[in-house]
Write a protein that binds this ligand. Structure first.
Ligand SMILES: *Cc1c(COP(=O)(O)O)cnc(C)c1O
Ligand SMILES: [Zn+2]
Length: 406
């Protein structure tokens, strides 16, 4: 078996392989303990390379023992060398891992595919989550495939496209008056009352977050089994950044890379706790009011904030906190240089990348990978206010020639 059990990330107390998430000693979050000897004996680069073109090519390094994953095809998304954008911002070796092409158009498919598979392994009767938007659509789709009912808690006022996407798959959407943090608190209470339900980012969280490690695996595989010098990761709760770090470390454990010297940089909208603490000093303090248009990253009380800050510091990285205007400009810059329309979280990442190059944290010859975690078509209403109007004419060539000067 690949999974030995769970371990508290704060005090180290160990727990069985079960839907648990908080330590009964210190309330710290739990993480998966793997049987690395068992895994190293079975996995190899050649086996990975022959695997399916999805996250399940790394099945040996994921926390499930089941042979039949709930798989809509998450992962193994576009990995491109972004020379146009690189030239624009001063980088010679810039790569983008573009998760806007995942089955439900965000990186959340990676975590959900693992978590719903785990829910089936545990024999759970339903699945649920608290979501800032992308998780909702992804969970609804994977639950449909797994033939499980799903209950999804979102804050009022998230983007309409994200609600539609979840509802169409048959999920029950519960809009909660308040922020994501309020929705998450309520969902946590409900998870406590219903142990037969797998709330992917609550009682399945230790397993769920492991799906994000595949971003690190793909990065290294697509670079020809080399590690990049630096990566830039968008942060909401900080879970993704922590998982990418563990992903690089895992590859070292199984001998796919020599040693993990990747520098991790975080990107978060201005005013949110993790980037604030890293950039301006002090602790990761929760904030109540979330004043950003980037809803997918709007988490005021980030579960992995302290750990994300530690990893950024430990690997010699930085954090940047672009404003909403800088974020929108970055979405447009990426679209115009690389032909990729990313959602605002991707804008935060590209805006942060640009700042990191400007202030010298990233060198122009560094091999850099930036993660684009969602698709721009999910949040069109936000971008609509920042793009030029269309040209409207009657179907006559004179009218066309009048408005367009060649
Ligand atoms: C969820 C999400 C993230 C990362 O969130 P974490 O909570 O830090 O793991 C990044 N980008 C998008 C688009 C997301 O939906
Ligand atoms: Zn503990």
């Amino acid at each position: 078996m690949r999974v030995i059990g769970l371990k508290c990330r704060v005090c180290g107390r160990e727990f069985p392989n079960a839907p648990l998430y908080a330590c009964d000693n210190c309330f710290g979050p739990l993480e998966v303990i793997y049987n690395w000897e068992f895994i190293a004996e079975r996995t190899s680069k050649e086996k990975v390379e022959k695997g399916p073109k999805s996250i399940w090519r790394y099945a040996d390094l994921l926390p499930v023992d089941t042979l039949k994953p709930v798989d809509l095809g998450a992962g193994y998304t576009r990995f491109i060398k972004a020379d146009n954008l690189g030239e624009e911002i001063g980088l010679k070796n810039l790569y983008l891992l573009d998760d806007s092409t995942n089955p439900t158009y965000s990186f959340k498919d990676r975590v959900v595919s693992v978590a719903v598979t785990k829910a089936i392994e545990f024999g759970m009767k339903a699945v649920g989550c608290a979501s800032t938007g992308n998780l909702a659509g992804s969970l609804a789709a994977h639950a449909a495939k797994a033939k499980l009912p799903s209950y999804i808690f979102v804050p009022r006022g998230i983007e309409k496209n994200k609600i539609i996407q979840a509802v169409v798959h048959g999920a029950k959407i519960i809009e909660v008056e308040g922020t994501y943090d309020d929705a998450n608190r309520l969902a946590t209470e409900i998870a406590e009352e219903n142990p037969e339900w797998g709330f992917v980012n609550i009682n399945l969280r230790p397993y769920y977050v492991e799906g994000s490690k595949t971003l690190a695996y793909e990065t290294v595989e697509r670079l020809g089994w080399m590690t990049p010098d630096q990566v830039v990761v968008p942060m909401g709760s900080g879970a993704l950044l922590c998982a990418i770090f563990r992903g690089f470390t895992d590859l070292e454990r199984v001998g796919f890379i020599d040693d993990n010297k990747v520098t991790l940089n975080g990107a978060q909208p201005r005013g949110l706790p993790i980037a604030k603490a890293v950039k301006y000093g002090g602790n990761v303090e929760p904030v109540k009011k979330l004043e950003t248009i980037v809803h997918s990253l709007a988490i005021g009380n980030p579960a992995d904030g302290i750990f994300a800050k530690e990893i950024i510091k430990k690997t010699g990285g930085s954090a940047e906190d672009p404003s909403d205007e800088e974020t929108v400009e970055a979405v447009k810059l990426l679209a115009k240089t690389e032909g990729i329309f990313t959602e605002l979280a991707g804008g935060v990442t590209i805006a942060a990348l640009k700042k990191l190059v400007e202030d010298g944290s990233i060198d122009s010859y560094d091999v850099v990978v930036a993660y684009l975690t969602g698709n721009g078509l999910k949040t069109p209403e936000v971008i609509l206010n920042y793009i030029p109007e269309t040209i409207q004419i009657r179907p006559r060539i004179e009218e066309f020639e009048k408005v367009v000067v060649a």
